[in-house]
Design a protein around this ligand. Structure first.
Ligand SMILES: [Zn+2]
Length: 118
C-alpha cells in the first residue's frame, strides 16, 4: 500500500467516524427530547405548557373530579397551574368536560372549586 493510498483510506475512515458521531448525537438529542416532553403538560386554564411538577393534577374518580396532590391516582389526569386565575378557569364544567372528554356535572365542579379556591 502506497502512502497516498494509506492517506486516502485514513480520510475515508475519518469521514465514516464523523458520520457515526453525528448519528449518535442525533439519537441522543431525540431521546433527550422524548424524556423531557414526557413530563410536560398543558394547563387547561391558561393553555401554557409546564413541567408536570409545577402543575396541580386532577383525575376522574367515578363521577367525581378529585385533586391528586401525590400524582399517583390512576386514570387520565388533567393539569392546572396552582394559581387562582388558572384554577378559576380550569375548574369549570366546560373546561373539565372538554379535557376528560365526558360530561362533568356542574355541582361536582362547584364542590371542587370551593375546596381548591379559598
Ligand atoms: Zn395555567
Amino acid at each position: 500500500m502506497t502512502s497516498s493510498q494509506k492517506a486516502s483510506l485514513l480520510s475515508r475512515f475519518k469521514t465514516v467516524k464523523a458520520m457515526i458521531v453525528d448519528i449518535h448525537r442525533e439519537i441522543m438529542i431525540t431521546l433527550l427530547n422524548l424524556v423531557l416532553q414526557a413530563s410536560i403538560r398543558t394547563c387547561i386554564g391558561c393553555g401554557r405548557k409546564r413541567s408536570k411538577n409545577e402543575l396541580a393534577r386532577f383525575v376522574l374518580a367515578g363521577e367525581k373530579v378529585v385533586f391528586d396532590p401525590a400524582m399517583r391516582l390512576p386514570g387520565r389526569g388533567v393539569y392546572i397551574c396552582p394559581a387562582e386565575e388558572c384554577l378559576l378557569k380550569g375548574i369549570s364544567a366546560k373546561a373539565l368536560s372538554r379535557s376528560f372528554r365526558r360530561k362533568i356535572k356542574p355541582e361536582i365542579v362547584s364542590v371542587l372549586k370551593s375546596v381548591m379556591i379559598k
